[in-house]
Design a protein around this ligand. Structure first.
Ligand code: GCB
Length: 596
């Protein structure tokens, strides 16, 4: 086996990587996963470190006048970064940003080199967990990564890397909390900045046309009152959903010079919850959405702007109003679109299938939530935190562990409810006591009773009712679905066919409609929005095919079926007229056979 730490032993960060002799050096795009870019299996399935570098120029004019920050939006899983051969920053946990003031490490008016060692190894104390073992292969011993989660462990520099500057007096952080009193919006803000007696904070709120609607001068903490506030509403619930104001924060010195400025988009809305409902602006919410993935051909989990916009166009087309960032935080750019469109987000940290609870894991799990909170706290689209997907919640230790994790996020944010996408059964689960909303993933007629489309509706009704009875909290279904080969048609319905997916969805809809009448059932999330790549296994054909859309974002029959339902829900719940092409769905061929 080759020496995995050779780069450290040979100080690769001290020189251009292209100068390395005898090493496998590739041109690699950033942002992107590295796995599917080359034609080599050993790159796709690589376990351990990969090294990136590049050179860049910093202008002389920045010297002594600015702080220069190097920001990585996400490197998966762990990163070590050097600038001009000197260690700049370390970070662990993918899907989350990190940054460092690198002013002292830069050459101004000259060339600089950034080197990144990126490690994709997942162990028992990483978030998510994995196991690495040495396997005997025909080509000698090799490291193999195994993991139980069901998406490909893409790695690399997944999101943009930027160098930005701030003045020497600068705004470090802004926290905004909004409330509504009658028709007045209340915007509470807290600005962290380099304090000094002669610096004040001038805060101005602009509406979406750029007209000033409120303002104040303070030492960083105050509230603005916005008369006749335009509230942030979810998509379909209002004719102008996703309404954003801009909170402009300026630092002024005594001469009224502007030392720094930051423009933070905000939405004015309230979130509240009871044991039966989740409310936005005091209106109960019903989620009709999806679980998703950041996943695309070639790019893997690399930021992919065209796919992001296509996905949101499809989401509008299908009339979904929500998604969960299953199973890790999504790119800032995705969250920006959700804020603007009014799509509601259940924001999930990267804990998947958590097992073997340890103190070290708990600390990292909490860190992932702290970092996620810091990044997304001001986003109106984020209406709930998901602190894990399908952890093994059946033991007492798991109960205590998740009590700690839930307490932690609540200590940071009391304004949003907390959930877990639970897979364990109602009777054994120990986590629900510590949550505000119960979400459960269930694959009736797929993993349970495959082929039995007649074993869905009653089971879902019974299970959801049991969750509510046990915990007396609002309940939603966070995953259900069926793998579906696009173009495979078998009638009567047979597993993996498009017909099977359609009927499986229908039989869930029947349950959801009965549950909606109960008053505590608050949402349905199909698994998955689109097909996505997974680890290689005999249960996956080119990946997980439970998407309503193919991996290249074309609709299967199931997508049309969900569109029909979500359009009817939008009409019933918010009186939104049906799409103009809705009559297509009323032709006999597309009416479900039960209705004929
Ligand atoms: C689940 C997981 C999800 C999988 C899905 C499936 O329960 O939460 O990550 O992809 O099932 O299709 O097996």
């Amino acid at each position: 086996m080759s020496d995995p730490l050779i780069g450290f032993r040979q100080y690769w960060y001290k020189n251009d990587l292209t100068k390395l002799e005898g090493m496998d050096v590739h041109m690699m795009p950033v942002p992107s996963s590295y796995n599917d870019i080359t034609t080599q299996t050993n790159i796709r399935d690589h376990v351990g470190l990969v090294w990136y570098d590049r050179t860049f120029f910093v202008p002389q004019s920045w010297v002594n006048k600015k702080r220069v920050i190097l920001r990585f939006s996400s490197v998966s899983y762990a990163a070590q970064v050097w600038l001009n051969g000197k260690l700049a920053v370390n970070h662990e946990i993918g899907h989350l940003p990190f940054q460092k003031d690198v002013t002292a490490l830069l050459n101004f008016g000259a060339s600089n080199r950034v080197t990144v060692a990126c490690d994709n190894t997942l162990l028992q104390d990483t978030v998510p967990q994995g196991t690495v073992y040495e396997a005997k292969t025909d080509l000698g011993n090799k490291l193999v990564q195994s993991y139980t989660f069901d998406f490909f462990n893409y790695a690399g520099i997944h999101r943009p890397v930027v160098l930005y500057t701030t003045p020497l007096h600068y705004i470090d952080d802004i926290t905004v909390y909004t409330d509504v009193s009658g028709t007045t919006g209340l915007v509470y803000y807290n600005v962290i900045y380099t304090k000094s007696d002669d610096v004040t904070c001038v805060v101005t709120l602009f509406d979406k046309h750029g007209t000033k609607v409120a303002g104040a001068e303070s030492y960083g903490q105050d509230a603005l009152k916005v008369p006749d506030a335009k509230l942030w509403w979810p998509y379909l619930m209002h004719k102008d959903p996703g309404y954003l104001y801009t909170l402009q924060v300026e630092l002024h010195n005594t001469e009224k010079e502007v030392l720094d400025v930051y423009r933070q988009p905000i939405g004015i809305r309230t979130i509240s919850w009871t044991n039966t409902s989740l409310l936005i602006n005091n209106h109960p919410i019903y989620f009709h959405g999806f679980g998703r993935h950041e996943d695309a051909d070639i790019r893997g989990k690399g930021l992919d702007l065209p796919t992001i916009i296509r996905d949101h166009n499809l989401m509008k087309w299908i009339r979904g109003n929500a998604y969960r960032t299953s199973h890790y935080p999504y790119a800032d750019e995705i969250m920006d679109v959700a804020d603007q469109l009014g799509i509601m987000i259940i924001d999930e940290c990267p804990s998947v299938d958590t097992d073997a609870f340890s103190l070290r894991l708990l600390e990292k799990h909490k860190d992932s939530l702290t970092e996620l909170y810091k990044r997304d706290k001001n986003r109106p689209s984020v209406i709930m935190w998901s602190i894990a997907n399908e952890p093994r919640t059946q033991s007492k230790a798991a109960g205590q562990y998740f009590e700690e994790v839930a307490k932690h996020i609540k200590s940071l944010d009391r304004t949003r409810p907390v959930t877990i996408a639970i897979a364990r059964g109602v009777n054994e689960d120990q986590s629900g006591f510590h949550l505000d909303v119960i979400s459960f993933n269930r694959y009736n007629a797929w993993y349970q009773n495959p082929g039995r489309l007649d074993m869905i509706t009653e089971k879902i009704v019974e299970e959801a009712t049991a969750w509510h009875t046990k915990y007396n909290k609002p309940v939603l279904v966070s995953e259900y679905g069926a793998d579906t080969m696009p173009g495979l048609h078998i009638y009567p319905e047979y597993i993996w066919s498009e017909e099977y997916q359609v009927t499986l969805l229908s039989n869930h809809f029947k349950a959801f409609d009965r549950l909606r009448e109960q008053g505590w059932f608050i949402g349905e999330f199909v698994w998955n929005f689109a097909d996505f790549k997974t680890a290689q296994t005999y249960t996956r054909v080119g990946g997980n095919k439970k998407g309503l859309f193919t991996r290249d974002r074309q609709p299967k029959a199931g997508a049309h079926h969900v569109r029909k339902r979500y359009s009817l829900l939008a009409k019933e719940l918010y009186n939104v007229s049906l799409p103009s092409d809705f009559q297509h769905y009323l032709t006999p061929a597309s009416i479900h056979h039960d209705e004929l």
